[in-house]
Write a protein that binds this ligand. Structure first.
Ligand code: 13P
Length: 265
């Protein structure tokens, strides 16, 4: 029997294309004193690019990590409008989101590009947060596991299992993002379990250590039931991360959720 380790839960706020200098400072002024008391949960914030450095300064005395929402596959040079992995690393990012469904759907990022971004992030010393998830039509067609496996396989093929499990995986069903409709804890757990079993087929010990977050309309009201699931290691939070007290309540739910129990894979 393999055992899940002692992982701290991880809660990441994805601000998407929201915020302003004034609003960000006000949000963090309310948020940081509260969540800095939560020692059993790891937290991170992913602001839009223009605010990364000022948010980095505001986070400086806290344990909250900085993340970016996107990166270029190119290392430097004539790529107007792009931001490189080394720049993100340089200004203090720990995480970078890769393959978010909004980028897959609205900016035509396919599995191959996502895998390249993943590899580029890792090479620069960033931790990619690899987002996977199915659309409503795919769920209704019974394709959820196949879709998620396909998205993971593209990255596995590019970097191998040892690098894949250095990342964080975020299961974000597209139909639950920004819709107010959350996957039930059982639906989310089933997919997380599938992901962990798939990882275990590649490398058993690594599978137990890899953090798998849930994202999609996580709110203060539903976070605890989600985080109580044995294979849910935290959350990737959109809308609710823009409100200090909502995000703090979600972090608190992660702080008080049971540590992952040893489970057989
Ligand atoms: P919401 O929490 O707003 O549904 O967004 C989820 C998400 O896309 C986080 O990356």
């Amino acid at each position: 029997m393999q055992t899940s380790s002692h992982k701290k839960k991880l809660v990441i706020g994805n601000w998407k294309m929201n915020g302003s200098s004034v609003a960000n400072a006000s949000l963090l002024r309310s948020l940081l004193p509260v969540i800095s008391r939560f020692e059993s949960v790891e937290t991170a914030i992913c602001p839009p690019f223009p605010y990364l450095t000022t948010v980095a300064d505001l986070l400086d005395d806290s344990d909250v990590s900085l993340g970016a929402q996107n990166l270029s596959t190119h290392l430097s040079g004539a790529h107007t409008g792009e931001v490189s992995a080394s720049m993100l690393q340089d200004i203090g990012c720990r995480y970078v989101l890769v393959g978010h469904s909004e980028r897959r759907a609205l900016y035509a990022e396919d599995d191959e590009l996502v895998a390249k971004k993943f590899a580029t992030a890792l090479r620069a010393g960033l931790i990619p947060v690899l987002c996977v998830g199915e659309t409503l039509a795919q769920r209704q067609g019974g394709e959820t596991e196949a879709v998620v496996t396909q998205q993971l396989s593209a990255v596995l093929k590019a970097v191998g299992i040892q690098d894949l499990v250095k990342s964080v995986i975020a299961y974000e069903p597209v139909w639950a993002i920004g819709t107010g409709e959350t996957a039930t804890p059982e639906q989310a757990q089933a997919v997380h379990r599938h992901i962990r079993e798939w990882l275990a087929e590649q490398d058993r010990p690594a599978a137990t250590d890899c953090r798998i977050l849930y994202g999609g309309s996580v709110k203060a009201e539903n976070a605890k039931q989600l985080f109580d699931q044995p294979d849910i290691d935290g959350g990737l939070i959109g809308g609710a991360s823009l409100d200090a007290m909502s995000f703090a309540a979600i972090c608190w739910a992660a702080q008080t959720a049971p540590a992952a129990e040893p489970i057989a894979i």
